[in-house]
Design a protein around this ligand. Structure first.
Ligand SMILES: CC(C)(COP(=O)(O)OP(=O)(O)OC[C@H]1O[C@@H](n2cnc3c(N)ncnc32)[C@H](O)[C@@H]1OP(=O)(O)O)[C@@H](O)C(=O)NCCC(=O)NCCS
Length: 332
């Protein structure tokens, strides 16, 4: 049986920087509150008419493809994680496939919010292990800023979520090579409405009406407190699950890449794991929470900064809407 290895990573973030100072001019918030509660100093929001989920993911994928030393035509499957596709239907995978000029290659969309990239990576890993595909493009990309409630009522999520795209090339390698050791996926639908975007849902007589457009149900809702409390427990559990499954201990982790939900959550996990700063990758300070984009963007930045070396033990972990949570342990 083959193993899968990440052979190239890339990312793209929009050039529009949204500072905390700017946010405090449109909603009742302030720089001190945002930094103290979330660690976020600034984030990127897309420029309408310039950036799309497709254009951002194309830029990220093109970089990942180049860094993997392959060509577009070598890709034999696309797994695309997003909850903010350019169209309601079809999914974003086919739009990226068209731009890559690889018509005919299958494309699958994954809608698991902040856990989306790890779910997508896990799906891709299974296809490589069975031998069905050899080279898979796994993407996480979002435009969240257009679905945020930028009124005072939505301020707890409006300051957190942001836009961006990341991509990874996953390739089949022999068992003795570095690569994905295991992935661990979980969900609990009891908490679906604690972090959700209700409309435009399909179970209404009219999917889109002026009432729905004027209603906060058209914007992201988050019960920040509940999300926080579950996140700290689940992150911890799912990281330990990955370590245990592979007979590894916390101290063996070379780089932990947690989903960038909130710097306080990352710091709490770091403390629970007893890891020094250099073994935990955080970029939420500059990029906010880009949902499914977060982990591949972080991997690409970590790689660029020389923080991912061949053979390093890397742990990815995420938690988000659903609730869903997931981890993956791999050697780089
Ligand atoms: C959203 C979050 C930062 C809020 O922080 P918190 O410490 O839980 O704050 P609370 O919601 O209890 O609110 C505390 C106060 O700050 C206020 N507040 C909320 N958002 C604010 C903002 N952007 N600016 C200023 N004040 C704000 C609240 O209204 C509340 O005021 P009150 O005490 O007068 O009622 C925090 O709950 C969080 O990070 N949750 C997890 C979010 C997350 O990870 N989401 C992504 C999942 S993938």
């Amino acid at each position: 049986m083959k193993k899968s290895r990440i052979t190239g990573v890339g990312h793209y973030v929009p050039d529009q920087i949204i500072t905390n100072e700017y946010l405090s001019t449109i909603i009742d918030t302030n720089n001190e509150w945002i930094i103290e509660r979330t660690g976020i100093e600034e984030r990127r929001w897309f420029t309408p008419g310039k950036d799309t989920v497709t254009s951002m993911s194309l830029a990220a994928s093109t970089l990942a493809i180049k860094r993997a030393g392959i060509a577009n035509k070598d890709i034999d499957f696309i797994v695309f994680a997003t909850i903010t596709p350019d169209y309601f239907v079809p999914g974003n995978g086919v739009l990226l496939q068209r731009e890559l000029g690889i018509q005919g290659v299958p494309a699958l969309d994954v809608r698991n919010a902040c856990s989306g990239f790890i779910y997508a990576l896990s799906v891709a890993d299974q296809f490589i292990k069975t031998g069905m595909y050899k080279t898979i493009l796994v993407v996480g990309a979002e435009i969240q800023s257009s679905a945020l409630d930028k009124s005072d009522a939505g301020r707890s999520s409006a300051v957190i979520f942001a836009d961006g795209a990341g991509a990874a090339i996953l390739q089949a390698v022999d068992q003795d090579q570095p690569g994905i050791l295991s992935s661990h996926l979980h969900a609990d639908g009891d908490f679906a409405e604690e972090l959700y975007l209700k409309d435009p849902g399909s179970s209404r007589e009219v999917r889109l009406s002026p009432e729905i457009v004027d209603n906060p149900s058209f914007k992201m809702y988050m019960n920040g407190n509940t999300v926080f409390k579950h996140a700290v427990v689940r992150f911890n559990e799912v990281i330990l699950e990955a370590l245990e499954a592979n007979g590894k201990n916390k101290a063996e982790i070379d780089l932990l890449v947690p989903h960038q939900a909130n710097l306080r959550i990352s710091n709490y996990i770091q403390q629970k794991m007893g890891l020094p700063d250099e073994k935990v990758f955080n970029n939420i300070m500059k990029l906010g929470n880009t949902t499914a984009g977060t982990i591949p963007i972080a991997l690409s930045e970590a790689w660029e900064q020389g923080r991912l070396k061949e053979g390093d033990l890397v742990c990815l972990a995420a938690f988000g809407s659903g609730f869903t949570w997931a981890s993956a342990l791999l050697t780089w």
